[in-house]
Design a binder for this molecule. Structure first.
Ligand code: ATR
Length: 279
């Protein structure tokens, strides 16, 4: 990679940020399209993030991604937020405008939806496990896709109630974590948004009995790609989609805004990013 004096700059702000796959992902696209650009990791401590973000355009940054633990702080630190970011309550993509002001967006729900491109709501409820930031992005995407009923299953019931209330309530039913007996009955989609099933974490202990055989099962975890949940779904014949595509697709709007090209998500990209996960 050879940079010039005109190199377009972007990056990812997180703490820590060394685990982030985003530099690898955007770097692959920059190489592929021969763009004079750089996408760098930006480790910024929580106490500094509110001061650092507004200064990025003054250092020439076209924008940044924001990752854990700064997504909520970024919502408050930018000049304007999109309706989507406001509804999710977090910002993961910031674009610097020509006047140096910052527009905050959230593309996690977009990434989730794009990853399920072949799935369409059919009137059946969706079951969402978890009620954290990722669940909020998933729920906004589901509502926008036309899902009319969402069952929330979260260890801390109050958090699920708060999510439902923040999103207007109507479509939501909060289930009992300790008695998920009929949770999956008649559902068309099951989504895990928790870290359960990730390497080093316990699996999501949710028997799939009762889930219709054609319901789609998906996980936002991608380490491993085949989580115990997805393996159990496939073993009983359900279609299943892993979480890596959500990561790849959520990156597209930022790349397009900063570097001027809507990038492709394809098998070559997937394999390149996967190679970055190898121990
Ligand atoms: P994220 O932004 O990735 O969603 P988060 O906001 O910390 O992260 O949310 C983590 C989610 O995973 C929550 O729904 C959390 O449940 P609680 O609200 O009860 O904390 C869930 N989660 C994490 N570890 C869990 C565990 N061991 N068992 C059950 N749920 C867990």
């Amino acid at each position: 990679m050879v940079l010039s004096g005109k190199t377009r700059l972007a990056g990812v702000v997180g703490w820590p940020v060394s685990h982030s796959l985003s530099p690898r992902l955007h770097g692959h696209w920059l190489e592929r399209y021969g763009i004079d650009g750089a996408y760098v990791p930006l480790p910024v401590a929580p106490e500094d993030v509110a001061r650092v973000l507004p200064l990025l355009p003054r250092m020439g940054f076209a924008g940044v991604n924001v990752t854990v633990p700064h997504k909520e702080a970024a919502l408050a630190a930018v000049d304007e937020v999109t309706e989507t970011a406001r509804r999710i309550g977090a910002v993961n993509t910031i674009v610097a405008r020509s006047d140096g002001s910052l527009l905050g967006d959230n593309t996690d729900g977009y990434g989730f939806r794009q990853n399920l491109a072949h799935w369409h709501p059919d009137g059946r409820p969706a079951v969402v496990v978890g009620a954290g930031g990722a669940a909020r992005a998933v729920c906004v995407a589901l509502l926008d896709a036309g899902v009319v009923a969402i069952r929330l299953l979260n260890r801390t019931g109050a958090r699920a109630e708060a999510l439902a209330a923040d999103m207007g309530g109507g479509a939501f039913t909060v289930l009992d974590w300790n008695h998920p007996d009929d949770a999956l009955e008649g559902a068309g989609l099951l989504v895990n948004t928790t870290a359960l099933g990730m390497a080093g974490q316990p699996p999501l202990d949710l028997p799939l009995d009762g889930l219709p055989g054609d319901a789609l099962v998906t996980d936002i975890v991608y380490t491993p790609l085949e989580t115990p949940l997805l393996a159990a779904a496939r073993a009983r014949g359900n279609p299943a989609v892993d979480g890596l595509g959500m990561l790849l697709h959520q990156a597209r709007p930022g790349f397009a805004a900063w570097f001027g090209r809507d990038p492709d998500v394809d098998e070559a990209l997937r394999q390149f990013v996967l190679a970055g996960l190898a121990p």
